[in-house]
Every structure is written in structure tokens, then in C-alpha cells.
Design a protein around this ligand. Structure first.
Ligand code: PXG
Length: 291
């Protein structure tokens, strides 16, 4: 049976789920989105994803044409309609159809789209052996110009980074702030472990404050691993004992080499492995039940 995608209250077969070329999400990247996971019949941190969606929409003065609980229920209903229990969920709110100018006032009705599908993950071997990442020359947008916590439909900053990552044949890449501090990966947050302390860049680094990142900080506190949010350089990262990335798609993935420098022993570190295990347990325990 073909998957069905939800657009403005109607479920369409995947091949028929289409929006207008005059939608300003398409013409200008004017809109917001979320990537969410369901594990074993539960949606992980759905409320936090909805909070982030609504926060981005508020800044963009984009009125989401349904209530939070209605959207929450629509996500769960779309998963049920597709018989999905382990899934990747993409929520999109676009400015909607307008004229060819960029004025959002010409777009009377934002569109809401819910895509639920199966997820393709990094190969399992990357989680066992760890991944090699590179740094890219494209710097993060400065948050004074475009706040990265608006998870907007304009992802060109990250895509420019990803083009470099692809050319280097790596699975992910690290982006730096305009003044050269480690910020985040193209679709993941970055952590390092230095002398037993977890360090991750602060929001001021122009990062997306990831929901997986926050869950890992909570797990670190629970596990008694000290954690700090502060800026650090590539020199610190190259000399760290451990490194890992976090994201909805990636979950917690060990990094064992950065720009050709082995990190720690060149194998996934002990704290990384503990947090990976704790995260895998958490996603099975927590979350909004689909039925
Ligand atoms: N930074 C950026 C720039 C991101 O896009 C993260 C960090 C991690 O945030 P969460 O809340 O997911 O822990 C993201 C994640 C995917 C995918 O399929 C993920 C994102 C965007 C597009 C696709 O993993 N954002």
C-alpha cells in the first residue's frame, strides 16, 4: 500500500501529494519544518518539536492554521493511517500560495504538511567503528542575520556545507562560526569530551539547539557526567578524548577522526558509548503513544 501524506487536513497518496509552484515555501524558503522520529509506537519529544515549530513560526509571523493539539493529533493519525510504528516524520508549515512578490501579506493561508515515512539511517558499522568527519570552509550564518533556531525551509547554509562534505567523501562535516569556533555539523550538533567533561558549543555559536542535544545533556546529568556549554576551537577538538554528533536522524554517533586526526584512541570513547546506550533506552521508554 502506498504511503499517504497529509496536506491541510487531507491524506493523499504519496505520488499525488503536491503543492503549488506559487507557494512561498517553494519560491522563497518562507516557512518552517521539523524532523521527528517515532520509535516502537511512540513519537520522541513531539511536544518539544512542536514548541520549536511554533517558536520559529512566531518569529516569522506565520500563523499556523490549526491548534497545537490538533497538529499533534494529526501527526499521530497520519502515522496510524500509514501503519507506521518506527518512522521519520517531517512537519512543514509554508507561507502558502501568494503572488510572485515576496510580501507574505499576499499569502492568505499557510499550508501544513505531514510526511511520515520509513527512515534510512547511517550504516550500523558507523555506530560501531565511529565516523570520520571533516570541517568545511562554509561558515555558519550569523544568528544576528538569520537565527538558526528558526528551522526554516531555507537550508542553503547547511547545503553549501554538505556540498563540501560530499566532495570530500565524508558522511558529515563540521561547520565553524564566522570567527572560527566549532559550531555544529550540517544536520547534527557536536560534542567533545575533554578529561571526562562533556563540552558542546552554546546557542550563541549560531547553532540549532537540537532536541537530541538537549536529551543527551539530560542523560549526561543523570549519568553523573559533567557537561559544559562553551565555545571551543578545532585545536581543542583535535586534542579531545572523544567526539560525537547528535541529531534526530543520526541519534548519537561516535566520531573517531576529524580532518584526518584520530580522536582519543581512534575508537568510540567510553562516555560516548554510555550516552549512546542511554539514548537508545530513552527513546524506547519515552514519547507520545501513536495509538
Ligand atoms: N543542527 C542542524 C543544523 C540541524 O538541521 C540538528 C542540528 C539536530 O537537531 P535535532 O533537534 O534533530 O536533535 C539539526 C537537525 C535529518 C535531518 O534527517 C535533520 C535536520 C534537518 C534535516 C534533516 O536528520 N535537522
Amino acid at each position: 500500500m502506498a504511503l499517504k501524506y497529509w496536506i491541510d487536513g487531507t491524506l493523499y497518496p504519496k505520488d499525488e501529494a503536491k503543492i503549488s509552484v506559487l507557494d512561498h515555501g517553494f519560491l522563497y524558503g518562507d516557512g518552517v519544518f521539523e524532523g521527528i522520529r517515532a520509535y516502537g509506537g511512540r513519537v520522541f519529544r513531539l511536544d518539544q518539536h512542536l514548541d520549536r515549530l511554533w517558536a520559529g513560526a512566531r518569529t516569522l509571523m506565520l500563523e499556523i492554521p490549526l491548534g497545537r493539539d490538533e497538529l499533534r493529533q494529526a501527526v499521530l493519525a497520519t502515522l496510524r493511517a500509514n501503519g507506521l510504528r518506527d518512522a521519520y516524520i517531517r512537519l512543514v508549515v509554508s507561507r502558502g500560495v501568494g503572488d510572485l512578490g515576496l510580501d507574505p501579506r499576499k499569502c492568505p493561508r499557510p499550508s501544513v504538511i505531514i510526511i511520515t515515512d520509513t527512515i534510512s539511517l547511517y550504516p550500523g558499522e558507523l555506530y560501531e567503528r565511529g565516523m570520520e568527519v571533516v570541517t568545511v570552509s562554509t561558515r555558519k550564518n550569523i544568528h544576528q542575520a538569520l537565527n538558526p533556531n528558526i528551522k526554516s525551509l531555507n537550508y542553503l547554509n547547511q547545503i553549501l556545507g554538505r556540498l563540501e562534505v560530499n566532495r570530500m567523501g565524508a558522511p558529515e562535516g563540521i561547520m565553524l562560526t564566522h570567527d572560527g569556533y566549532v559550531a555544529e555539523a550540517t544536520a547534527d550538533n557536536v560534542f567533545s569530551v575533554v578529561k571526562g567533561t562533556l563540552i558542546t558549543p552554546p546557542p550563541i555559536a549560531g547553532i540549532l539547539v537540537g532536541i537530541t542535544r538537549n536529551a543527551v545533556l539530560e542523560l549526561a546529568a543523570r549519568e553523573g557526567v559533567p557537561a559544559e556549554e562553551h565555545l571551543f576551537t578545532l585545536h581543542t577538538l583535535y586534542n579531545a578524548d572523544e567526539c560525537f554528533l547528535t541529531g534526530t536522524g543520526a541519534e548519537v554517533v561516535p566520531v573517531v577522526r576529524v580532518d584526518g586526526r584520530p580522536i582519543g584512541g581512534g575508537v568510540p570513547g567510553q562516555i560516548t558509548l554510555r550516552l549512546m546506550k542511554a539514548f537508545r533506552e530513552l527513546v524506547q521508554q519515552e514519547g507520545a503513544p501513536i495509538d
